[in-house]
Design a binder for this molecule. Sequence first.
Ligand code: ADP
Ligand code: MG
Length: 258
Amino acid sequence: MSFIEINNIWQEYGAHVVLERLNLRVNAGEFCSMVGASGCGKSTFLRLLLGQEAPSRGTILLDGKPLQAEPDRSRGVVFQRYSVFPHLSVLDNVTIGLELPNARLLGRLFGASKREARDRAVWMLQKVGLGQALEKYPAQLSGGMQQRLAIAQAFIMQPRVLLLDEPFGALDPGIRKDMHALLLQLWGETRMTVFMVTHDLSEGFNLGTRLLVFDKVRIDPHEPNAYGARITYDIPLNEARLAEMTNPQPDNVYALRS
Ligand SMILES: Nc1ncnc2c1ncn2[C@@H]1O[C@H](COP(=O)(O)OP(=O)(O)O)[C@@H](O)[C@H]1O
Ligand SMILES: [Mg+2]
């Protein structure tokens, strides 16, 4: 049994078929990069994995059980455009996830563990280059900084399944490289299962253990919405090289995870 099993799913909105007969098996710890033409259903697929929407047909199993209808903490997400809490400071935006009652790792935080959570949030914010902006509010940040805040927010939760929808597209090349290194470090340490949509083919080839290509196999030029996309290529990537790139550094703050 695979960690995630996607059996023959379709997603239709009225007469518009977005995904059709999509099948996929993913083991825990795999890192799937996903590419495909704009509008072919990649974000839709992530929403299905998140449990935000149910497929029109077919089933999605997580650990052999049907996916919960509601998103829960086991699945974290970074959307293409930042989504942070405008009324919370940068630091609070990142610690709040850890303070929620059902946070997977730490539960409710008091005293020492609250300080540890804060330390870890500061560590994560330094990693995304926001160490100097802890007390700022999102409106005071540039778009790229808000996006990095959203990345820190998702990464700190260490979800079992991390869903990334073009998370780095809006970032400058240098910062994007830093974010790649951070993602690989966290993935190397936690072996969370990652699904990352990207429009940058080289990013897809460089980061994943597997590259999934979404495309339509049938096209009716008179009715462009009559047929949906599915995964047309499933390319294994060089995991040994990726393991070299991750090479996690010992880090006391981060080690509080266990
Ligand atoms: N809730 C919805 N209702 C109707 N159409 C939708 C809905 N969500 C997505 N679509 C359509 O599904 C298609 C795929 O969208 P999307 O998954 O965002 O593509 P991608 O992320 O690959 O660019 C688009 O044509 C979009 O307009
Ligand atoms: Mg999209």
